[in-house]
Design a protein around this ligand. Structure first.
Ligand code: FES
Length: 160
């Protein structure tokens, strides 16, 4: 799903550009701000960002694609992040991730066909003592297992 940059978004990217222009290493903070504001970095914002940051389009595109954190398409309604850092791995987060792929109907870094879920890895949520942990939108969930994950996904589906 590709989404064109519309006027309000263009204006927002322009405002964020003003904030970061002329700052050494300003591209990454700018991209984070754009994604925080829009949920993704629209591909047609790249020329504007490149020009504003005095970089080539290829350089901006390269940074966006290098960091998996950045999205070029809108996220699903709910973003599910599964912790893959050490403590959670030791408590079965890789199996949990595979179960999440099944339950959500999408792979890591993808969005489900119904647009309801995006699945992302995360590297420590600060809940190491209660591993494995996930975050769904702004809410963290500790000591996850397949049953709790299924319940959570079912509740989100029925609430949509
Ligand atoms: S390692 Fe998963 S929350 Fe810290």
């Amino acid at each position: 799903m590709n989404k064109a940059l519309v006027a309000p978004e263009l204006s927002l990217v322009s405002q964020l550009l003003v904030k970061h222009q002329g700052t050494a290493g300003g591209l990454l903070p700018l991209l984070h701000d754009v994604q925080d504001s829009l949920g993704f970095i629209p591909p047609n914002a790249v020329p504007l960002i490149a020009e504003g940051m005095n970089l080539s389009r290829a350089e901006v595109h390269g940074v966006i694609t290098y960091y998996h954190f950045f999205r070029s398409t809108p996220p699903g309604k709910h973003v599910v992040q599964v912790c893959r850092a050490e403590a959670c791995q030791a408590c079965g987060s890789e199996e949990l991730l595979a179960q999440a792929e099944q339950a959500l109907g999408c792979k890591v870094h993808e969005t489900s066909a119904d647009g309801l879920f995006s699945l992302e890895p995360v590297y420590c949520l600060g809940l190491c003592a209660s591993s494995p942990a996930i975050q769904v939108d702004d809410k963290m969930h500790a000591r996850m297992n397949e049953g709790k994950l299924t319940q959570l996904v079912t509740a989100l589906r029925s609430a949509s």
